[in-house]
Design a protein around this ligand. Structure first.
Ligand SMILES: [Zn+2]
Length: 453
């Protein structure tokens, strides 16, 4: 989720716009369309393939960073699965990715006493070979100063009482993405970033980071909330804390891999496309069950169920993107190859497999007004702000971007951790996501009028 913090910021600043009309009340939408959506939702509620398919992706393939052997296997599995569903068009498109391998990581406090810490290298970090130093605690990048020279910075933001899961993630995401590079410029020797989930069971949350053009590249790791709290308490009491950090991460150059696409060709002449997407890659820790295995299953199963209906006027195109987590390369490659094609809308599922809560929409006011009645039959309300990371490169083309958002509280407990595993996914909630995505895709593909630009 490279740019997800931005997506979330948009979502958090938005207001809920609930659909007001019942499916049958919408002007210009006939009863047959409503019946089709009902059929889709019934079929989704009885979907017997969603769970075993997610189980295969998680249990047999597992964590799948783009460019890894596991990702290559996930691509092969996705192509085979979509072909088995009988779609007329299933294909791959090239994506070049940077391959970084986490390796093992270890951090221990050496003062005031030796204690093993729960850490995960941040994605893209340089390795660390016994980097040891005094810990200085900072709430954020803005607090960095000369006092961090030669020290290990622990970013441990003070979370306001009542902060939402998205806001909590925002604190972490900013320190994660910008903090390592900024601390390096101030002379720090390493960075630890406190994970900030609402509930932690000693689970550090990893994610990507980038070094700026200036300053030394120092190692960065995510730290479990419990360890960060302990160290911050000691520091606040004036107790000296020292840490030794070892990270075996390494760069493996670039790798040629691919997005996976499949589509139901439309019967109309306009050539308009409705994208339904998710990202096929995940971080290596855990199984990428919620991020974004569930989204992949939402897309694959929605397309399968939609194929059971008469082809709509517009083309429905499924895109399983490569490398959302570490550079957004698949989303960029898709926009470069297809951005000039007429996209009606792009829908992404990348907020977990929990019960759908709302559609987070990045679009103009007029486009949102157009979308609102189309979303009613999905049973999921529209909320202004959001979209999706992989479909964000379609923004310059004026494409409305719609993200399926589930239970954010639970999502951010497991996001980018070793705990993002199949057992956290509920089969019925997974089916509800399929029903929502299939319903909205159907409505969009049959919408009586395109969105205002
Ligand atoms: Zn994701």
């Amino acid at each position: 989720m490279l740019v997800r913090s931005l997506v979330l910021c948009g979502w958090l600043s938005g207001s809920v716009v609930m659909g007001q009309a019942a499916p049958g009340d919408r002007p210009g939408v006939d009863a047959a369309a409503g019946a089709a959506v009902t059929r889709l939702q019934q079929a989704a509620s009885q979907d017997e393939l969603a769970w075993p398919r997610l189980a295969y992706l998680c249990d047999r393939i597992g964590g799948r960073p783009a460019g890894s052997p596991a990702f290559a296997e996930a691509v092969r599995w996705a192509v085979e699965t979509l072909r088995a569903d009988g779609h007329a068009r299933v294909w791959r498109e090239p994506v070049t990715v940077r391959r970084w391998e986490r390796g093992t990581g270890r951090a221990v406090t050496t003062v005031p006493y030796e204690r093993e810490l729960s850490v995960l290298a941040l994605g893209g970090s340089v390795p660390a070979a016994g980097v040891e130093g005094l810990v200085v605690v900072k709430a954020g990048v803005a607090d960095l100063g000369p006092d961090v020279q030669g020290k290990i910075v622990l970013f441990a933001p003070e979370i306001p009482a009542g902060a939402t899961a998205g806001e909590r993630y925002g604190f972490f995401g900013r320190a994660r993405s910008e903090g390592v590079s900024a601390a390096g410029r101030h002379g720090a020797i390493a960075v630890l970033v406190a994970s900030t989930p609402e509930r932690s069971l000693s689970t550090p949350h990893t994610g990507s980071m980038r070094y700026g053009a200036e300053g030394p590249e120092i190692p960065g790791a995510a730290l479990a909330a419990e360890d960060a709290s302990w160290m911050a308490r000691l520091a606040a009491s004036g107790v000296e804390v020292r840490v030794r950090l070892d990270l075996q991460s390494r760069e493996l150059g670039t790798v040629e891999t691919s997005n996976v696409l499949a589509e139901i060709p439309g019967t109309g002449n306009a050539g308009e496309i409705v994208v339904v997407g998710a990202h096929l890659d995940s971080w290596d820790v855990g199984q990428g069950a919620h991020d974004d295995g569930a989204g992949v299953i939402h897309v694959i199963e929605a397309l399968r169920l939609l194929r059971g209906l008469p082809a709509p006027p517009r083309t429905i195109r499924a895109v399983l993107f490569a490398n959302e987590e570490f550079g957004l390369d698949g989303g960029k490659a898709y926009a470069a190859a297809h951005g000039s094609e007429p996209h009606l809308a792009a829908v992404e599922s990348d907020m977990g497999g929990f019960r759908p809560h709302h559609w987070g929409v990045a679009a103009t006011e007029a486009q949102i007004a157009w979308l609102r009645p189309l979303a009613v039959s999905s049973g999921v309300p529209v909320q202004v702000g959001g979209g999706g990371a992989d479909i964000s490169p379609l923004e310059p083309h004026g494409v409305p971007r719609i993200g399926l958002v589930g239970d954010v509280d639970r999502y951010f407990d497991v996001h980018h951790t070793r705990a993002d595993t199949l057992d956290k996914v509920d089969p019925d909630e997974l089916r509800q996501g399929i029903a929502a995505l299939a319903s909205l895709a159907w409505e969009l593909a049959n919408a009586p009028a395109p969105p205002p630009s």
